[in-house]
Structure formats: C-alpha cells, structure tokens
Design a protein around this ligand. Structure first.
Ligand code: TEU
Length: 530
C-alpha cells in the first residue's frame, strides 16, 4: 500500500468536540450543531482531518448525552436532524470526516426500550437489560461497583429485581447477550452510516459484556483511600470479556461492507496487553482501540519513553497506533502536566509520534482546566464523588474578546476561564508565537511529511530529562524529535547533523544543529536530519 492509498484514519488527525461547549448559536448558553458548522473554518485552518462529536441525541442529559433516550434523532438542545445533515455536508465539502459517538453499553432509563423492560418481568424487552434477583436482606445480586460510585445495581421496586448500571443509576446497561439487542444497535449504526458518517467512537466499549455467571469481583489489596472507589475491587468479571472481542469482529464486518473508509474507534481503558486484543487476532476487530496511556502517564521522561516503547512493542503487525493527551473525562493536558510550556512540548509529542492523534477541543489554545465555583457544578459525578467531577475540562471554547468569548449570547452553562478576554482563538491567530500557531505548524508539517504521518518509529531513549526518537519513511526523510520533559535546560546528542524545522520556541526554527541539540526548559524540537 503506498502512502496515498492508506485510509485517512491511518494518516489523519482527529479533533474531539464536546458539543455543549464549542459554539452556541441560539443563546441558550449550550453549544449546538449549527455552532459546530459555523466554526468549521477553525478546524480546516488548524489542519485536522476529522471531527468526533460527543453525543447529541435526545437525552435527559443526566450524563450530558451519554444517557441516550433515542439513538436516531437529535436533541432539540443541539438543533435538528436538518442541522446535522447540513453540518455533515459542510464538513465533507471541506474534506473533513465526521465521527459520531455511539453509546452501546447502556441507554438512559428514559429510552423506550427500558420503559418496556422495566414494565414487567414478562415484557418481551425485559431481557434487553440486565435484571437479577437480590441476595436477600436488601443485598444486591453481587459486589460489582459502578464506575461512578456505589453499587452497580439498582433495585426496581415495582418488579422487585435489580438492574445493572455500570455508570449512573439512570443509565441501565444493555444486555449484549441477547441477540435482539445487538441487532437493534446494528440498526443504529446503519442509520448513521447511511447518512454518510465516517465512523464511530464507541463509548465505554470495553464494558459491553460482563461475566455470564455474575461472579463477585475480588478485592484489590493495592487499593488505598483516595483512589477511585470503583477500583476497590478488581473488575475482572466486569467488562473486558472474551465475548467483547467477538463483538468487535461482527461490528467491523458490518461497517466494512460500506463504501469509503469508515472507522471504528473504541473507548478502551485497559492495560496495554488487553488493549491490543481489541484490534482482533487477524486485524479484524476495531480499527483503533483508544490508547489513553499518555493521559495516565506522569510527565516524566523515563515514564513517557517507557510507555511509548511498551505500546509500540505490543502492537500487532499492521495495527494502527493512536495517541491522546486529553478528553472530556480527564483533566486537560495543560493543567495535568505542569503549565502551558509543558503543554506545548506535549503537542510536539502527540503530533510526531507514530499513529493517529486525537486532539481535544481547546488543546490547540493550551486551554487549562477551569475552576468551577461551588454551586455551579454540573457533572453528576461531581455530586456523587466530590473531586472526580469533569466540569473543569468541559468549559466553553474561548473564541474572541466578545462577551463570553464569542461562545454564547446567553449565560454559558459552565464558566469560561478567567483569561479568555486576552487569550482566545482570535488573539492566538494573530500571534505567531502562540500555541495555536504551534499546532498549525505541527499539523502542516505532519500532513506534508510521509515520515511523520505514515512512517516508522525508532526510540532513541532518554538523555537526562530529554526523550528522543526518530521518524522515517523508506528512502525518504528522517526526523528526530527531542523533548525536554523538565523545567531545567537539557541536551540530546545524536549522530550527524540537521536543521530544526519545528520548535516550541519559534525563533529556533531554521537553526542548523550538529551531533546534538541543546534545549531550554520544556522545549521540544523536530530536526530534519541531513
Ligand atoms: O466514559 C467511560 C469511563 O469509564 C470514563 O468515565 C473513565 O472511566 C474515566 O473518566 C477515566 O478517567 C464514557 C464517556 O466518555 C463518559 O463521558 C461517560 O460519562 C461514560 O462513558 C458513560 O457513558
């Protein structure tokens, strides 16, 4: 396969949009589909290839759309199906792919399927969800814990049985062991594929099957106070079952029958060895199980180097790697790893590693978490489990110095960061030293250079606190990335010489370097080797 024949998702870059926070057009303080369409130029200027839109289907919004009440419609909060069709057409006209979010593990308790399922023990849809008797004395069926706190079982008084919920207790888990459920969900894929979407991000994908025998999870002896309560027990019987891999193959077969390169990306919070099984033994599983290792790693040279090697080393032949620095469930990279300069170095890492990067909206501005004043929390998780709320990373995108940063004419659903009036997409677009400019240069370089978007990867190890690696394509150019993961000066020695073609400090671009490169605090450079 030549570079140009590679499907777009093996070359391109994905941009995640949390629709509530991107752009509001109707003044209700919540972003909408028309807002995304209005801002498509931002994405084309940035240089990404695809957008993934977090859920926008009808929902009681207890989990902001991840509690779906109707899979094949648009929630009025976000607009209409016509708005979606227009957005899709406008994106395609610009050469942008569109990936939608698909929640396969659970629905909202307000979904018509669940209303039927809970109506009686004999309803034909009873078995579409996971119902069990308790253990007596008000005890739930087993010790499984919800990822969002408390037991994963909720008693339904009317029918006297418990239903399973991996997440909130208003998000009942679907029963994937019932073939009718899978068939109904395949119909949902068909609906969106027929519309022309370019793929799906499969929510909580590793969770869709649970142990058929409902065995208790063993306690984790390493769990300590302060860790996520869910991890008190090792979730060995809760998610990541062999049946999930078979489901990958069936979904893949279905999607591959469509023309064009449609992609399946699964949300997979799993150890590396388990993650790899989701590609399918014959490369016939998901196109890409999400790799969250950079989100989980400390910003430390040895740890980063090790994570990259372990992940690269474990990839099956031909499998497409992928990398993520942040998403709507985790603290933003710029806050997590120690400030805007470190975040710029992280951008160089994300966009020069081998594999498909997924950017989270606002990362290209170096956006940080925003402190949510008491009483303004929105995420139910913040209320269930104080400190674990996800509002800080979901705040509105700052576009300009207009009121509310141009995000809305109304009251924004979450507060904007304090610096938006002077630091926003517009001011950064006018400043060649901005983070936005850095992202644009990185994305342009990546797109132009086969070695970067499709080439090989050779780790060069760590020198002091500097991580180094090579990217290369057969008979083509060779690039060295050197990344100083510390607030001190550093240096990376290498054989030969070259020219810095990209740097977090723009003034360094164009410099010739020989046998090594000196780096300032948190500095990263890409060197074209001669
Ligand atoms: O997230 C699944 C999930 O488990 C994450 O919340 C993850 O465990 C945690 O954030 C790790 O830091 C998905 C969606 O991304 C999330 O927004 C939804 O709330 C959840 O599924 C339920 O649909």
């Amino acid at each position: 396969m030549t570079v140009h024949e590679r499907p777009w998702w093996r070359r391109g870059t994905i941009y995640e949009i949390y629709p509530r926070s991107f752009q509001d057009t109707d003044g209700d303080g919540v972003g909408d589909l028309a807002g995304i369409e209005r801002r498509l130029d931002h994405l084309t200027h940035l240089g990404v290839d695809a957008l993934w839109i977090a859920p926008f289907s009808p929902s009681p919004m207890k989990d902001f759309g991840y509690d779906v009440a109707d899979y094949c419609a648009v929630d009025p909060l976000f607009g209409t199906m016509d708005d979606f069709d227009r957005l899709l057409a406008a994106a395609h006209a610009r050469g942008l792919k569109v990936i939608t979010d698909l929640v396969l593990n659970h629905t909202s308790e307000e979904h018509a399927w669940f209303a039927q399922s809970r109506a009686s023990r004999t309803n034909p849809r009873r078995d579409w969800y996971i119902w069990r008797d308790g253990r007596g004395d008000g005890q739930p069926p087993n010790n499984w814990l919800s990822i969002f706190g408390g037991s994963a079982w909720r008693l339904d008084e009317a029918t006297g049985q418990y239903f399973l919920h991996s997440f909130l207790d208003c998000q009942p888990d679907l029963n994937w062991r019932n073939p009718e459920v899978e068939a109904a969900l395949i119909d949902v894929l068909r609906f969106w594929l027929d519309k022309g979407v370019d793929g799906f991000r499969l929510d909580a994908f590793w969770m869709i099957y649970k142990d058929a025998q409902f065995r208790d999870n063993p306690p984790d002896p390493d769990w300590r106070e302060g860790m996520i309560p869910y991890l008190r027990n090792k979730p060995v019987h809760f998610g990541d079952q062999p049946e999930t891999i078979d489901a990958c193959r069936r979904l893949r077969t279905f999607v591959d029958a469509y023309p064009g390169d449609r992609v399946l990306i699964g949300e997979t919070y799993l150890p590396i060895a388990r993650l790899m099984t989701y590609y399918g033994a014959a490369g016939d599983g998901l196109h890409m199980p999400f790799n969250f290792k950079l989100i989980q790693a400390a910003w430390d040279a040895r740890e980063i180097d090790e994570v990259i090697r372990r992940y690269e080393g474990a990839l099956p032949e031909g499998a497409q790697p992928n990398w993520v620095l942040g998403n709507h469930d985790n603290p933003r990279a710029a806050s997590r790893i120690g400030g805007p300069d470190a975040a710029r170095a992280a951008a160089v890492l994300l966009l020069t590693l081998r594999g498909t990067p997924t950017l989270y909206y606002g990362e290209e501005l170096g956006m940080t978490d925003v402190e949510i004043p008491p009483g303004r929390e929105q995420d139910p998780r913040a209320i269930n489990e104080p400190g674990l709320g996800r509002d800080p990373e979901r705040t509105p995108m700052p576009w300009s110095a207009a009121p509310n940063a141009g995000f809305t004419n109304g009251d924004p659903w979450l507060p904007l960061g304090p610096q938006w009036a002077t630091d926003n997409a517009e001011t950064q677009a006018a400043d060649p030293d901005s983070t936005l400019y850095l992202y644009r240069r990185l994305l342009a370089l990546r797109r132009a250079e086969p070695a970067l978007h499709s080439g090989g990867f050779t780790p060069l190890g760590v020198q002091g606190e500097v991580v180094g690696y090579l990217r290369h394509s057969d008979g083509g150019r060779r690039f060295l990335t050197a990344l100083n993961v510390s607030a001190d000066r550093g240096r990376f020695d290498f054989e030969g010489s070259g020219q810095i073609v990209l740097a977090t400090r723009r003034a360094r671009e164009g410099q010739m370097v020989s046998s090594g490169v000196a780096l300032g605090p948190h500095e990263a450079v890409v060197v074209l080797l001669s």
